[in-house]
Write a protein that binds this ligand. Sequence first.
Ligand SMILES: O=C(O)CC1=CCC(=O)O1
Length: 256
Amino acid sequence: MTALHHRLDGPEDAPLVVLGPSLGTSTRLWDPQVPALASRWRVLRYDLPGHGGSSPPAGPVTVEGIADEIVRLLGRLETERFAYAGVSLGGAVGTALALRAPDRVASLILCCTSPSFGPPEAWHERARRVRGDGTGPLAETAAARWFTPGFTGAGPYVEMLRATDAEGYAACCEALARFDATDRLGGITAPTLVIAGARDVATPPAGHAETLAAGIPGAELVVIDGAGHLANAERPEPVTRAVTAQLDRTWKGLPA
Ligand SMILES: O=C(O)CC1=CCC(=O)O1
């Protein structure tokens, strides 16, 4: 896997929180939360392969491969333990990290994500379409997948999708097709907060967030009213509060 573009904000000596983006977005997905988080913690955001500032992948992409690349990146930064929050595909990377590097993940926040993202054939079909036509046609319908009807702030997020490299997007669709952690959730030991958008049509709470919360020992579930799939963008304040509370519990050494 080629190196992932990343950026760091916040005090250099503060505990680290890694923020993972969703399919078709970039580090900027977390812009609504970063001012609050980076005022207290060191924040590392990364881009998925072929998304944002990351180069297109040279070969197949897997969720586990992205997790391994993050572990390598944190090794270069000499960071042992970190908290991780990710949206959708970025959340799946968090699940994989918590299973592959349990001693490193101090706290896990899974936003609008799932242990498995539905029929693999639908993701393979989406990958084929994007390789043929680019991300433009998908961008036309993205607001309806990502937000509730009437949300007026979709523009910048849709532009992230338009700017995504077609091969990078397609390879990430194939990574989603292959990902299924359903039977391994019981092995997660990190204190976990699951956040769901009550009106998420891409990963509805039932069958996705609820499955994560039921399967991960001790996990807590927070459902954000009036939010779709990109809940942290559509309803930033309650998501920022929930994430901050989880990080507070984690880094104060209290049970998270
Ligand atoms: O863009 C979508 O269709 C929703 C989605 C599923 C996984 C992900 O990261 O975004």
